[in-house]
Each structure stands twice: as C-alpha cells, then as structure tokens.
Design a protein around this ligand. Structure first.
Ligand code: MG
Length: 121
C-alpha cells in the first residue's frame, strides 16, 4: 500500500503528464476540493439516517457506495494536488494536525459528547 507522500507524487505525475499544472492554481484546487466535497454531500441529500444505514452501511445499494467512494477519492485527489501545488507534504500536515487534535480533544473530557467533535478548525 502506498503512503500518502507516495500518492502525492503520483498525483503530481498525473497532473504533469497532462500539462495541467498551469491551470491548477492553489485557489482553483481549493475550489475543486469544495466542489468535489459537495458532489459527495449530494449523494446523501434527502436521505434519512435509516436509509443511509440500510443502503450504505448495510450494503443494499452498491451503486451508491461506488459513487461515495469515487467522490471521496476525488476530494482526496484534490487535497493531494493542492498540497503539491502549495509545496507541502500532506502526510506530514495530516499527522501534525492529528497530533494537535489528539491533544486538544482529550478522551477523558470529550468522550461521547457530539458537541465536542471538531468541525471547522
Ligand atoms: Mg467528482
């Protein structure tokens, strides 16, 4: 299995092989991540929790799960491309942020409390 750093290099090669770098500014890539995230969110639109549990978690709708996987991968590709364009290692950034979150959200203080789930920081 490839590391995130290796996937970032693969994304770079994918972009450079197609000569797309000149179009992919950091702003365009950030917008792309948002668009792809909304394509993912659209797959859940108008579905209640019961439908989601049955169709996705329960494996009843394999086509929907395939679409969710694809849109999630699109978001991830956008993140890899943005990290590469902005010249930082996404794996290192993730691990750094993850360590920060682990410190900030001590399980002894936040366990079982949904209001403590990080959302926008
Ligand atoms: Mg997409």
């Amino acid at each position: 299995m490839a590391s995130i750093s290796e996937l970032q290099k693969e994304a770079r090669k994918f972009i450079d092989d197609r000569d797309w770098r000149k179009f992919q500014t950091a702003k365009e890539l950030a917008a792309n991540i948002s668009v792809e995230a909304n394509e993912l969110l659209e797959l859940f639109l108008w579905k209640n929790e019961k439908d989601i549990d049955r169709d996705i978690l329960g494996g009843n709708d394999k086509e929907l799960l395939r679409k969710i996987k694809n849109e999630t991968a699109d978001v991830f590709l956008g993140c890899l491309a943005l990290a590469d364009q902005a010249n930082f290692d996404l794996e290192e950034a993730f691990l750094s942020k993850f360590e920060e979150l682990k410190k900030r959200y001590d399980p002894k203080k936040v366990k079982g409390d949904p209001s403590k789930i990080p959302s926008n920081d």
